[in-house]
Ligand binder design. Structure first.
Ligand code: SF4
Length: 480
């Protein structure tokens, strides 16, 4: 039998929750993001003389099993790698079993937030997992493939009848030394991917990452991969990255998928000046924390093509906010949202429902707060206590928690705080969205999207039935 190639790896991005019903999955209809971590890994491995291919189950869920088997047969790689969230982890394990049945001797490597948080427990409970990479993946995966290595830092493995974590790498990568992600290895890129509806003016568009990490410690946020570091690409690198996306793939709008785009103010200023001095006809979105914006910076960002800013609010209830986030100042948040609007930038609020301590009164307060602000759009996530978050440690004392990983995707109330029921949370969730969409100012704003983002309207109209079913049920996959 032909042997397996230790220089090769097939990288897989599993879809997870009810992959077989992906056609009716509202989260896919609204947003398909390229697996940037895997694409970065693939480019890094290629530069080291290794060979990586990618199968993204988000982009093509129907053919995922067949594509994986075909690529395994053609490549005969010694490794198969998975980048998983909590909800897609078990799907990854299923693919690892499939790969082992197809190519006996292949070894599976898992990375991402879920396994970085659980480390040894993953190997103890899942025999199909051979290695876990805890933390940043590029160098660790390359060394693992090169050295077959018991000693590679960042790896959790079985050795001598034991499960061992080799400890974190002592230093993170300098991001400017990385090659641009291998977007060309994503089948159908960029057209197979789409940003959330009404979150961009033009297509084709793409997400892109320009920094890693966040130094804050919100109770609900997992910091297992980059921990509390914050590293960033220089303005010059970032400008060249966008130019590459524009020239090679025709990208016209970029969503910076950074946790904290403006944390390093100087580099954002420099980046904006580059975009203003030598424009490429591109626009962008980013997410910020309120403490790291001011009017002068926002005006500069707007001139440089900033189309929308997303800002974490989480909840409009002051007591609840104080329990879960540093600097819980709702007046400051409101003031910053007004500044974003005054700078002429579209504003999106990021909220959460069902945090420990949440009750009907706090949800009503959140609604009043949000509706008092000039917000154009918002995203309301169903609070989910992920492994690795500070709150996960004692969440069982704070409510009822059904730890069903496949449903832990922020679209199911798996945690119900004391004093609430799941049914009531669902009702209030639907009411929150309905109340938003019944406000005349908001409706006018969406009408204006007809010319501000015609591609969004085309997608919205094409999937109207699915969006209406979601509005009625608030479920990720609503029955037709
Ligand atoms: S929620 Fe945002 S600000 Fe808080 S730790 Fe996570 S990334 Fe940082």
């Amino acid at each position: 039998m032909q042997s397996l190639s230790p220089q090769r790896i097939l990288l897989v991005h599993p879809l997870g929750y009810q992959a077989s019903a992906a056609g009716q999955d509202i989260s896919r209809l609204a947003n398909i993001m390229p697996p940037l971590g895997l694409a970065s890994m693939a480019a890094f491995l290629d530069r080291r003389g290794l060979q990586a291919e990618i199968v993204d189950c988000y982009a093509d869920p129907v053919n995922a099993d067949r594509l994986i088997v075909e690529r395994l047969r053609a490549l005969r790689p010694a490794f198969i790698g998975f980048s998983c969230t909590t909800s897609s982890f078990l799907d990854g394990v299923r693919f690892a079993e499939l790969a082992k049945a197809e190519l006996p001797g292949i070894r599976s490597v898992f990375g991402g937030a879920h396994v970085s948080a659980l480390k040894e427990r993953v190997l103890a409970d899942y025999p199909a997992v051979d290695f876990v990479i805890a933390g940043e993946g590029e160098e660790t995966l390359a060394e693992l493939m090169e050295q077959e290595g018991a000693a590679v830092p960042g790896v959790v493995l079985r050795t001598g009848g034991e499960i061992r974590f080799n400890g974190y790498r002592s230093q993170g990568l300098e991001l400017d030394t990385l090659p641009f992600p291998a977007y060309e290895k994503l089948a159908g890129y960029p057209h197979a991917y789409q940003l959330p509806i009404f979150n961009y003016p033009k297509a084709p568009n793409s997400s892109c990452i320009s920094s890693r990490g966040c130094p804050y410690t919100c109770t609900y946020c997992d910091r297992s991969v980059f921990r509390r570091s914050f590293r960033w690409n220089s303005a010059g690198y970032l400008y060249e990255h966008l130019k590459y996306l524009r020239e090679r793939f025709g990208i016209r709008h970029v969503n910076f998928y950074d946790d904290q785009f403006t944390f390093q103010r100087k580099r954002v200023e420099e980046f904006c000046r580059l975009m203003i001095d030598a424009p490429m006809g591109m626009t962008y979105n980013c997410a910020v924390r309120a403490e790291h914006i001011d009017f002068e910076l926002l005006r500069l960002m707007k001139t440089a093509g900033c189309w929308m800013v997303s800002l974490g609010i989480e909840t409009g209830d002051p007591e609840l906010l104080a329990k879960h986030r540093q600097n819980p100042d709702l007046d400051m948040l409101a003031e910053k949202i007004r500044l974003i609007k005054r700078a002429g930038i579209r504003t999106k609020g990021l909220l959460m429902m069902g945090l420990p301590g949440e009750n009907e009164a706090s949800i009503r307060r959140s609604m009043d707060y949000v509706f008092s602000l000039p917000i154009d759009d918002f995203n309301l996530a169903k609070f989910t206590p992920f492994p690795g978050t500070p709150i996960y440690e004692n969440v069982h004392e704070l409510g009822t928690f059904e730890e069903d990983w496949e449903k832990m995707d922020c679209m199911h109330f798996q945690f119900v705080p004391h004093g609430m029921t799941r049914e009531r949370l669902e009702e209030l969730f639907t009411l929150f969205y309905k109340s938003h969409f019944q406000r005349p100012r908001v409706l006018l704003g969406y009408a204006a999207m007809l010319w501000k983002s015609p591609d969004s309207w085309r997608r919205f109209a094409g999937n109207l039935g699915s969006f209406l079913r979601f509005a009625r049920s608030s479920r990720r996959i609503a029955a037709s």
